[in-house]
Design a protein around this ligand. Sequence first.
Ligand SMILES: Nc1ncnc2c1ncn2[C@@H]1O[C@H](COP(=O)(O)OP(=O)(O)O)[C@@H](O)[C@H]1O
Ligand SMILES: [Mg+2]
Length: 478
Amino acid sequence: MEIQKINVSDLSKRLFLVHPPEPRPDALLSSINEGIYVGKTRWLNVPVFWNFRKLINPHVAIVGITGSGKSYLVKTFLTRASLVWNSNAIILDWVGEYDKWVRQAGGTVLRLGEERLNLMDLAGLTPSERIKQIMSALEILLDLHNFPSERYDIEEALEDTYAGVKRPTLSDVVSILEKNKKKAAARLLKRFTTQGSDFFARQSTLSLDKLTTSGLVCIDLHSLPTEEMRSLAGLTILQFLKEKMRREEMKEEKGVRLFVVVDEAWKIASDERSDVITIVREGRKYNFALIVASQNPTDMHKTIFSNVGTMFILRLVLREFKDYVRQSLSYSDYIDSEISKFGVGDAALNMIFSKRSGGSHTFLLNKIDGEEPLFIYNLEVDGMSVEKEREQFCNMLYELGLTDEQIGLVKNEFEKGDGTMDATAFVSLLEKFGYSPSSIMGFLRQLEVDEKDIVEIFTLTRRRKAAKGLVDLTLTEG
Ligand SMILES: Nc1ncnc2c1ncn2[C@@H]1O[C@H](COP(=O)(O)OP(=O)(O)O)[C@@H](O)[C@H]1O
Ligand SMILES: [Mg+2]
């Protein structure tokens, strides 16, 4: 009896090991210079590497509720991709959440709103090719198919403008429409040419040509005034990227030279005519990879779902969203129910392996094992400034004897200033915690602040404190 029991449980364990609900480890493992490490599988703790050579294509979709860890995953992924393959990346940033990280990673941030993008730029196309693209972007944004005669008028005015004007802008198109008394059509376009909203109606300050080879580039769209403008910028940039891509030689070898990242961009990920779809369909041949992230999976066009080789499902709660995802990937009820229980960074991962490793798998990751982004803290006073990496800075505070709560307060002050804090405010805070001037000076020396700057900081702290006292005094008097 005893012996039999052991055998049965042993057997089931072995069965589990033969058929665990996870892909074979050799499909997941890669050497550190051939793949991007993302985390460990939940059951067998196998390290999972994302390696485009093992996958049917290099495209990645990420879904999950706000705060589930989508952007963190993108950052981790791009950081490692640039180390492993030296790949370039362009991020279309809808909410402005990549700025700081991109700058710290040594990349370039371009702010639309400050930068301009002339919609009429040909970027190597013929006028008639570019007209088709402009019309397609306008159709997506203005529902032009419901206004056939305005559609016609705009198209004709675009042709006349290219024929008659050197380096034309949208304002020229509007002028021609007005001259020809095409009021309704002119009105449709005017929203992009009126002062304050004319980012697309003036000569470009952006050089799109260089973007695909410039390392890490974030195109921050969040300061554009409307969702429509953000979408127009997104669509236009994707059109340029697509043209650039198609002009490249096709690549025999699998690879990724450019990641195109689209985060929270429902309008341009949900429309069939958007070039997100073209990139997902044709990108592999040109070594362009798409990464698309959204809190709402139904905003991602079906073509994206059925054409990505990798899909990260972070926490999802709404039945409708979960069902939408599950229609495209099949997985067990168990995984389906786990998805609603995920903590931050937990994920179900679907990968479609190229033939040799075989098939499509959905399995659970313990947590995206990410890179804490390097945050630099900056202590400043009167032209003096010292920098320390956040973790290191906090460790030093801990060694000085600050409690977790006090360290939290210091961190808070730095975060409020986007990583910068006035050195006198820092000294005052430590004094409030009960530290003596001499131990604070010791700490500043440890931070490698110059002696004369230390003296300066203390003098200023005293003076500011006195001034504050004075203000308080006048206030109470008044
Ligand atoms: N895998 C992870 N490990 C540790 N922290 C994470 C992880 N994923 C996300 N976070 C943290 O959780 C917060 C929300 O993540 P974020 O990527 O901005 O969510 P989303 O883009 O889905 O709204 C951030 O502060 C981020 O640093
Ligand atoms: Mg996000």
